[in-house]
Write a protein that binds this ligand. Structure first.
Ligand code: UD1
Ligand code: CA
Length: 502
């Protein structure tokens, strides 16, 4: 089978980090040790899905797309469960467990201690203007909506202004609960103060610390050890700011989209984040030439690829590593998971999963179920309560009504009559069935595997086939026996009476 054409682009590669000094490395540090109490969940909030991905995967995808070359994830609460969902093969990803959890500043210190020291700084190197071995991009694992574009903008600003620390701020209508950006009379940042430490006259400050930082790695290694301990026993990462002010200043990427910066703390915010992420994914596909009839009721996971001129009808779920070609139609009410549709295929009210492959111009549905190992070759049609598992259905073959085709090969142009069942399982083992080309399987046939039906053979309605059928032979009855005087097979397109129901 060829691969689908004209797929919508994958997320931009990181080659456009134009302003990065040539030798600069970006190390992402993602804080994910916290408990997430407000989710009221037995599981870490970071494994709860947003658009089908554990939310922390979105953060990792964003830092990778922004140009990070390695990432360290700080784990604590439910460490093993979070580790299990991390895409360890993406980026050079390492994890470290923070125990006890003494605050965000402590978490970064733990991460740095665990990271292998990069090569020593070379201030003489013009490709390394910060005089350090690179920068750390620090953010929280519960910010699934943070975009690579924002992270890149922060990195660009950091390299341009050359301060030891840069951070992202936003002005929001309700700043309660967030750390606030403190500025002096000239508008220069002087610090960040947490909600619980605000003086009454500071409560009205609407500019919040979003919790996304960029820092020179060498400076950070030293400074994170100098953070003060607060009365609650914690070390706060935003306390880096006064140190940076003394060392030259703090870069601020202001005016960012507050929705993008929103952390997920409870299930209501989880649903909000899910809707925003789905809208973002749907928009990417629409701009690449995919028609989505009702984006609010279309559920496409991040890794799915779709060709131009494909139409996605409402209540369709496209999951996992699904690839859909051009000019296909999917839905309504369908789910495609980890499967491939080639150009011009249509799927209506059906489930296609487990790596199934649907060839060019095939039709699936309504109410079909294609499972692992199902392969439909060009123009095949499966529908109306038909199930296919671990079976190759040849070009133009049809199974239109109420059938089970498991562990089988079906040849080109074969017609599977209504109610056909392949009895592939003897209670202990599964066995294979081979059905040749242009075979006519009569309604309500049972094929007891292992069995072979030769090319151009036929079975009568209600046949129970226990033995191989020779090419051109017709069998009928229980158990099925040859009918030597069977009338010739009707040609394609002619009626076939009540026997096969094409
Ligand atoms: C933090 C910032 C605040 C900012 C806000 C933005 C601090 C002290 N405050 O507040 O200025 O406005 O985020 O959302 O940083 N974590 C660890 N280990 C720890 C503590 C926390 O890994 O010991 C992780 C948590 O899992 C979480 C993140 O760090 O992902 C932030 O911690 P949290 O306690 O939620 O900080 P906020 O109070 O939201
Ligand atoms: Ca938080």
């Amino acid at each position: 089978m060829s691969s689908p054409s004209a797929l919508s682009p994958e997320p931009a590669a990181n080659s456009d980090v134009a302003t990065a000094p040539a030798a600069a490395t970006v190390t992402a540090i993602i804080l994910a040790a916290g408990k997430g109490t407000r989710m009221r969940s037995a599981r870490s909030k970071l494994v709860h899905p947003v658009a089908g991905w554990p939310m922390i995967r979105h953060v990792i995808a964003a830092v990778r797309e922004a140009g990070a070359t390695r990432a360290a994830v700080v784990l604590g609460h439910e460490a093993e469960a979070v580790r299990a969902v991390l895409p360890v093969d993406e980026l050079s990803l390492s994890t470290v467990v923070q125990e006890p959890q003494l605050g965000t500043g402590h978490a970064v210190r733990v991460a740095l201690d665990a990271l292998p020291h990069p090569t020593p700084a070379d201030p003489a190197d013009p490709a390394d203007p910060a005089g350090g071995p690179g920068v750390a991009l620090i953010l929280y694992g519960d910010m699934p909506l943070v975009s690579a574009a924002t992270l890149r903008a922060l990195l660009d600003l950091h390299w341009r202004d050359n301060y030891p620390l840069s951070l992202v701020s936003a002005v929001v209508a309700d700043p309660r609960g967030y750390g606030r950006i403190l500025r002096d009379a000239d508008g220069r940042v002087v610090g960040v103060k947490e909600q619980k430490e605000l003086a009454p006259h500071e409560e009205g400050i609407a500019e919040i610390n979003c919790g996304v930082y960029c820092a020179d790695l060498d400076w950070l290694r030293q400074t994170v050890r100098a953070l003060p301990r607060h009365p609650d026993g914690e070390y706060y990462l935003p306390d880096l700011t006064p140190h940076a002010v003394r060392a030259g200043g703090v870069g601020v990427l202001g005016d960012t989209d507050a929705a993008e910066m929103q952390g997920v703390n409870d299930r209501a915010q989880l649903a909000d984040a899910d809707a925003l992420m789905r809208a973002r994914i749907n928009r990417r596909h629409m701009l690449a030439g995919v028609t989505i009839v009702d984006p609010a009721r279309t559920y496409i996971e991040p890794a799915v690829r779709i060709g131009a001129d494909t139409v996605i009808h409402p209540n369709t779920h496209l999951r996992g590593e699904t690839v859909i070609g051009g000019a296909c139609a999917v839905g309504p009410d369908s789910e495609i998971a980890d499967s491939t549709l080639l150009d011009g295929a249509t799927v209506v009210r059906s489930v296609v999963e487990g790596g199934a492959r649907v060839g060019r111009g095939c039709h699936v549905g309504p109410y079909a179920h294609l499972r692992r190992g199902a392969v439909l070759e060009e123009g095949a049609q499966i529908g109306n309560y038909a199930e296919v598992k671990n079976a190759v259905i040849g070009p133009g073959a049809v199974s239109h009504h109420v059938s089970y085709l498991g562990d089988a090969t079906v040849g080109e142009g074969t017609n599977i009559g209504a109610g056909t069942i392949i009895a592939n399982y003897d209670g202990v083992n599964k066995h294979r069935t081979t059905i040749g080309a242009r075979v006519f399987v009569g309604s309500d046939t049972v094929l007891r595997a292992p069995v072979t039906l030769g090319d151009d053979s036929r079975t009568g309605a209600g046949a129970v086939v226990l033995r191989d059928v020779a090419p051109g032979q017709t069998v009928a009855g229980v158990p099925a026996r040859e009918i030597p005087s069977a009338p010739p097979l009707p040609r394609q397109g002619e009626g076939v009476g009540g026997e096969g129901n094409p």
